[in-house]
Design a protein around this ligand. Structure first.
Ligand code: PRX
Length: 637
């Protein structure tokens, strides 16, 4: 068997899960034996959730890139590691074998070093979905630098905040990105972002779109020139730096219910083992299969299931630069047919969006290579689940509904393709190593089946976050202080009569829009930056395609405003401060907000109004100004 720790049957799953609970250290140490180490661990696990402090594989030394690349050489030297499909189908796709990936990663590792990078440095990567993005990520890991990938849709202000928070010294970017029929500038965004980032000494710019860019002498250089210099020097490999198991591997910023996005930190060994274990088991990957995860590497899904999970398993991973609906809504299906994709992993929002085009774009496509389907990022509704099953999987492919988070590093609750049972809209069962509990409002554990509560974890797993960068206290208060000795996910959850888990959505002030997390506080702050806005309140409402839409209630300072014009202004402000993904779907101008006498906004009422449930608003008599509710109801959009 290619992966000795691959679960093979339902009985075997129960056995493994049991074993992982009874003796977690023995369980994980056996699995960890199947990786490449410079030095083994002295202790498998140390932990307490009160600080929190979590250490896996203490004192072990390794480099994750040796596990993702070197160990597949020479046996898989000519096997495809990355298949890249460009945005424009008329452009040629590219394949990088494991040998080619090795050469490129080593070469770029040397480029980073030539530009002053050292172990422990933070490097920001702001790039389109091209193979060089994966190469940059792995090159950072090769030299022991900590990568912080920022999604190419974020604004200059957002990039700047993230660079400053991590004090990055190098940025790797591209001139621009192709997305559908648009060409998006990236380097100009970095130029604007860097005005406030004195820590950045070097910017390495890949040429992708060919649009003109301004290059600052001494700071900016082109990827191609730097690579050429190294290639001409005859470099054939770059030794992987030995990392401590608990050294930081990467930072990934994510929104929460308060303040600015926080930098979730993952470390080398535990994350590697978890990304690999979950990849191999959830998708039941078999060597030779082509795995297509449609996420962007700017999100955790791309980190774990485009880069680290598949490559550490010697798999073939497909990277797609474009969007599902361009040049038409058959783009995913063309890719599946062209590259004989075996595993397709996407988001419910993409499925719903494709569903809205009907089955014409899919009917004449050959999807017979597909064997496993997966979803991630948000709850999937029954209709979308069945459409995926009927029209994509032809009722012949197991669908894994994978629940997890940026903070968890990898999949936590999911069925295992073809091995454990699926149930529409249920993530189903916890993976081995995962001990979920449901907690009631008073903080007590709810035992038994057929119950619901707030989802927590009572035991650490290798891939969990270790801290939030530069602010450990924030990590403690956000995840480990709501309930004593538990990791709190922020999600509500049902456990059915058979013990299957169904995640119902966030219970905090975080929205999940098209599978992306948006903190309401962060968005309100952005809207309030508009000079005319006095105050705002953001809530989510059900949206057919995005899952949740963003509804903004805004008090505007001005009597005679051109509403349409002002809405555009506000949207522009949001795009500037956060990025286009956070633009509200609806903006309603109001003269006041429903507040308690102590000044707290009653979001519960606004949420009901946004959802269209204006009859059951509960008791509004304790509000500072009950009349405002009538006005808001009347003018609801
Ligand atoms: O609310 C849950 C939802 O997405 C949140 C995590 O968002 P993020 O860190 O951006 O990571 C997304 C990709 C892993 C969770 O707290 N979520 C994720 N997967 C599911 C889900 N909700 C329901 N079902 C899922 N399969």
């Amino acid at each position: 068997m290619a992966y000795p720790y691959q679960i093979t049957s339902l009985e075997n799953y129960h056995y493994q899960h049991q074993k992982s609970i009874q003796n977690p250290e023995a369980f994980w140490s056996e699995i960890a034996e199947h990786f490449v180490w410079h030095q083994k661990w002295s202790k498998v696990l140390n932990w307490n959730f009160s600080e929190p402090k979590v250490e896996w594989f203490k004192d072990a030394k390794l480099n994750i890139t040796e596990n993702c690349i070197d160990r597949w050489l020479p046996s898989k030297a000519n096997d495809p590691a990355i298949i890249w499909e460009p945005n424009d189908p008329s452009e040629t796709s590219r394949t990088l074998t494991y040998q080619e990936l090795h050469n490129q990663v080593c070469c770029f590792a040397q480029v980073l070093v030539n530009n002053g990078a050292q172990k422990g440095d933070r490097i920001c990567i702001y790039m389109p979905m091209v193979p060089e993005l994966t190469i940059a990520v792995l090159a950072c890991a090769r030299i022991g630098a900590i990568h912080s990938v920022v999604f190419g849709g974020f604004s200059a202000q957002s990039v700047s905040d993230r660079i400053q928070d991590a004090q990055c010294n190098i940025v790797v970017t591209a001139d621009g990105a192709f997305r559908g029929n648009k060409t998006i500038p990236l380097k100009p965004v970095i130029d604007e972002a860097l005005i406030n980032c004195p820590s950045v000494k070097k910017v390495i710019v890949l040429t992708r779109t060919g649009q003109p860019v301004s290059m600052i002498e001494g700071r900016d250089c082109f990827w191609e020139n730097e690579m050429k210099k190294v290639e001409e020097s005859g470099l054939s490999s770059f030794p992987a730096v030995s990392m401590d198991a608990e050294d930081m591997l990467f930072i990934l910023y994510t929104s929460g219910s308060t303040g600015k996005p926080k930098g979730v930190v993952h470390t080398c060994a535990g994350y590697m083992v978890w990304a690999n274990y979950t990849f191999v088991n959830v998708f039941q990957y078999q060597p030779g299969q082509v795995h297509f995860c449609t996420a962007d590497i700017g999100w955790i899904t791309g980190h774990s299931y485009i880069v680290y999970g598949p490559l550490s398993a010697g798999a073939t991973t497909l990277m797609f630069e474009g969007i599902p609906t361009w040049p038409d809504a058959g783009r995913f299906w063309d890719i599946v047919e062209k590259h004989a994709v075996n595993i397709l992993y996407t988001a419910p929002t993409a499925i719903r969006s494709l569903m809205s085009f009907g089955t014409d774009p899919i009917n004449n496509k050959d999807l017979s290579s597909l064997q496993v389907l997966g979803t991630v990022g948000e709850p999937i509704n029954e209709e979308a689940w069945h459409w995926y099953d009927d029209h994509v999987g032809k009722n012949n492919c197991p669908i894994v509904d994978t629940w997890w988070q940026t903070e968890t590093g990898g999949i936590m609750i999911s069925n295992l393709a073809g091995v454990t049972k699926s149930k529409p809209c249920f993530a189903t069962l916890p993976l081995p190593g995962i001990q979920p509990v449901l907690i009631d409002e008073k903080g007590n554990e709810i035992e038994g089946n057929g119950v619901s509560g707030n989802l927590c974890m009572k035991f650490p797993w290798p891939g969990m976050l270790r801290t939030t960068y530069g602010d450990h206290e924030r990590c403690r208060t956000t995840y480990f202080s709501t309930y004593e000795n538990l990791y709190f996910t922020g999600d509500g959850c049902i456990r059915d009569e058979e013990g299957n888990y169904r995640i119902t959505g966030r219970v905090d002030d975080v929205l999940n829009v098209s599978g992306h997390r948006i903190g309401t506080a962060e968005l309100e702050n952005a809207i309030n930056m508009h000079s005319g806005v006095v105050e705002s309140a953001i809530v989510g409402y059900p949206h057919d395609i995005k899952g949740q839409g963003i509804y903004a209630f805004v008090i505007f300072n001005g009597i005679h405003i051109d509403e349409e014009h002002t809405k555009k202004d506000i949207n522009q402000t949001v795009s500037k401060i956060i990025g286009a993904i956070a633009k509200p779907d609806k903006i309603q101008f109001v003269s006041g907000l429903p507040k308690t006498r102590s000044g707290k906004i009653m979001r519960r009422i606004l949420r009901k109004i946004a959802e269209g449930d204006t009859e059951n608003l509960g008791d509004t008599t304790t509000l500072l100004d009950p009349a405002i509710v009538e006005e808001i109801k009347k003018n609801r959009i």
